[in-house]
Design a protein around this ligand. Structure first.
Ligand SMILES: [Zn+2]
Length: 115
């Protein structure tokens, strides 16, 4: 069964649409300063696209990109399951918060503060 995009209601919802093609996703990538020529270019499936983008990003941009992808998907789920819509900038901030929490946990693990 095909479903329309929960965010724009203009296109059929596919992973490609939610993460890349939807105007909402495009705004998130732009607000996060991820260059369009880096994220544009879906190849096969989501795993192929993630791999392609990760090859194009410098290493320091990798966690940021992954958290943005997760935040976009989380936002789609929030809209679909709770009917709640966040603005694109809030999704970008959500990704940054996830990134900070991830890096904090990695630091604490490295220092032996947590196991
Ligand atoms: Zn859409």
């Amino acid at each position: 069964m095909e479903t329309r995009c929960a965010l724009c209601d203009a296109e059929m919802e596919t992973t490609k649409h939610v993460l890349l093609e939807c105007h909402f996703a495009r705004m998130v990538w732009a607000l996060a300063h991820i260059p369009w020529d880096v994220v544009n270019g879906w190849t096969g499936d989501a795993a192929g696209w993630f791999s392609r983008v990760l090859c194009r990003l410098r290493q320091e941009g990798t966690p940021h990109f992954l958290m943005l992808g997760w935040a976009l998907w989380r936002n789609r789920n929030r809209k679909r399951m709770e009917g709640v819509t966040w603005e694109p900038l809030r999704v970008v901030n959500d990704a940054l918060l996830l990134l900070v929490q991830y890096q904090d946990a990695r630091t604490k693990l490295r220092l032996g503060i947590i196991r």
